[in-house]
Design a protein around this ligand. Sequence first.
Ligand SMILES: *[C@@H]1O[C@H](CO)[C@@H](O)[C@H](O)[C@H]1NC(C)=O
Ligand SMILES: *[C@@H]1O[C@H](CO)[C@@H](O)[C@H](O)[C@H]1NC(C)=O
Length: 192
Amino acid sequence: MLIGPNLILLGIWFLTVAHGNYCPVQCKCINLTVSTIRVDCSSQNLKNVPPLPKETDELYLQDNLLTLVPPGAFDNLRNLKKLNLSSNPLHCDCKIWYLIMWLSDRNMDGVSGIKCVYPSSLYGKPVSQLTGDEITSCLRRTRLCSDFLFNDAFLYAFLSLLFFLMILCLKTFKMIKFKIKVSDNDIELRTY
Ligand SMILES: *[C@@H]1O[C@H](CO)[C@@H](O)[C@H](O)[C@H]1NC(C)=O
Ligand SMILES: *[C@@H]1O[C@H](CO)[C@@H](O)[C@H](O)[C@H]1NC(C)=O
């Protein structure tokens, strides 16, 4: 009963991914060439980075309400040559690491215009010029004790489930053996 709608959803997903050329609703897209797009999402009061087409060559996100670029948000943008993130209230805390690493991996126009707004001690500082010292306090806090405990709890739950499934498997196997014996007897009876 659920297969129909799921297949349709899968089809839509496949078309979107295969085509890859969708434009985020809040943005304007212009084809620069067959395989490159200018995506203009400026001045839209965006609080989150929208999902972006992988052909994005120029990305305008200036004048929005973005406080961070979530880790992974730009990972599929292999063509990006121009990025404008100016006039966004960027928080230069732990989560800015993704943007720093991402920017350091490429040579791009507009990088000097990406500036911290919070905390006040870093106001106006270009993200690309942040030093390790300025965010070291965050390094110490990234892996909390509770993270380990949480991950461990998941691991134990998974192992318990695996163990339970193994027992179930063994039991089923025993039952199958038993059934075969019974039917063997049946066959013997019948052939007799
Ligand atoms: C951009 O190109 C794609 C196909 O590559 C097409 O579907 C789309 O309509 C084009 N958009 C514009 C604004 O020309
Ligand atoms: C980014 O956009 C702002 C506002 O439109 C503009 O003043 C600035 O020159 C742009 N920066 C780059 C590098 O394009």
